[in-house]
Ligand binder design. Structure first.
Ligand code: HEM
Length: 162
């Protein structure tokens, strides 16, 4: 006989024990651990997300401009703005949102400062390297970006050990 749903909607693609059952969903939460996030994004996670979405908007406008003019010469700079600025910053933002304990002390602020400075230098740096073969800015931006990721590594290790 067909079981009546306890709560929620019918999900035909889910196996029977999970389907229709609020209790089964709660059990699943137990398997994956308690969700520690917050409804509101704040602290360093919101700073990362403001930069991430700004980079996505700038990167997309740049992409449309490249497509419209047919001039793809600076596409590596566009790619880095999108991949470091939008993708990496969004991942950092999600991490600090999901693991609030990680946003403690100076390290997250240092992480943000190094990453933002790195992004701000690496993107024009790549464009400059392509246009005028001057790689100075790109080198500085990449070292700062790497330093930011190293600080994030320490933040991650620290929040795992807590
Ligand atoms: C409105 C949205 C976007 C438009 C119109 C756009 C347009 C373009 C164009 C015209 C190119 C040059 C392609 C070529 O020369 O073969 C390009 C390259 C690229 N785009 Fe985008 N793009 C957009 C969004 C994104 C996003 C969101 C990402 C990453 C998250 C991204 C990553 C890249 C990468 C990695 C390259 C290759 C860079 C390289 O040649 O070194 N783009 N894009």
């Amino acid at each position: 006989m067909e079981r009546k749903p306890e709560t929620g909607h019918s999900c035909r693609h889910l196996p029977q024990p999970i389907r229709h059952s609020r209790r089964a969903w709660d059990d699943t939460a137990g398997v994956f651990g308690e969700f520690k996030g917050d409804d509101q994004m704040k602290g360093i996670s919101s700073a990362f997300f403001i930069v991430a979405v700004s980079a996505a908007l700038g990167g997309m406008v740049w992409g449309i401009q490249m497509a419209a003019t047919g001039d793809h010469v600076l596409s590596p700079a566009h790619g880095h703005l999108n991949l470091i600025g939008w993708v990496s910053f969004a991942i950092f933002g999600f991490y600090y949102h999901l693991v609030p304990a990680a946003d403690q002390g100076l390290l997250p602020k240092l992480h943000f400062a190094l990453s933002a400075a790195g992004l701000g230098l690496i993107v024009p740096g790549i464009a400059m390297a392509i246009a005028s073969h001057n790689e100075m800015l790109a080198k500085l931006g990449s070292v700062l970006t790497l330093a930011g990721m190293l600080v994030f590594f320490v933040v991650v290790l620290r929040s795992i050990r807590k």
